[in-house]
Write a protein that binds this ligand. Sequence first.
Ligand SMILES: [Fe+2]
Ligand SMILES: [Fe+2]
Length: 166
Amino acid sequence: MGTDENLNKAVAGESQAYRRYRAFADRAAREGYPNIAKLFRAVSESEAVHATNELLLMKAIKSTAENLQAAIDGETYEYTTMYPDFSVAAEKEGKKAAVKIFDETQEVEHFHAAYYKEALENVEAKKDIAARDYYVCSVCGNTVPNEAPDECPVCRAKKSSFRKVE
Ligand SMILES: [Fe+2]
Ligand SMILES: [Fe+2]
């Protein structure tokens, strides 16, 4: 296998390890192991460094305009093709929990694509987007500008489920 392919694989693995270790840290903390939680967080940060190094080597991090276009392409693929297909397949297998996650995630990816499109239009006009707060639903990932809604329009979670992005 060539190095380009290896880099792709490495980024996927390190990114997944980063996310898994963050989640493992939260679980360790809940189970009463704060120091193991810290170890998981430390290694997760290290895996993030590895993923970033590999992304840089692949020249996958470009100008903000190019990055926004790459992000729009990724989110658009997810909400138009990937998650709808996944949902249909899960439905066929009777995997209702997966159908719910795929459908909700698809809705949120659509919002992401829209936010990024607005941002790209601004960058093309050499402008930043307006300063605003963002709130993320900790249940479904819904990403809402300005203020948290009383109820998540995607998953119906209550306002307190939203985390403000610092
Ligand atoms: Fe997304
Ligand atoms: Fe939600």
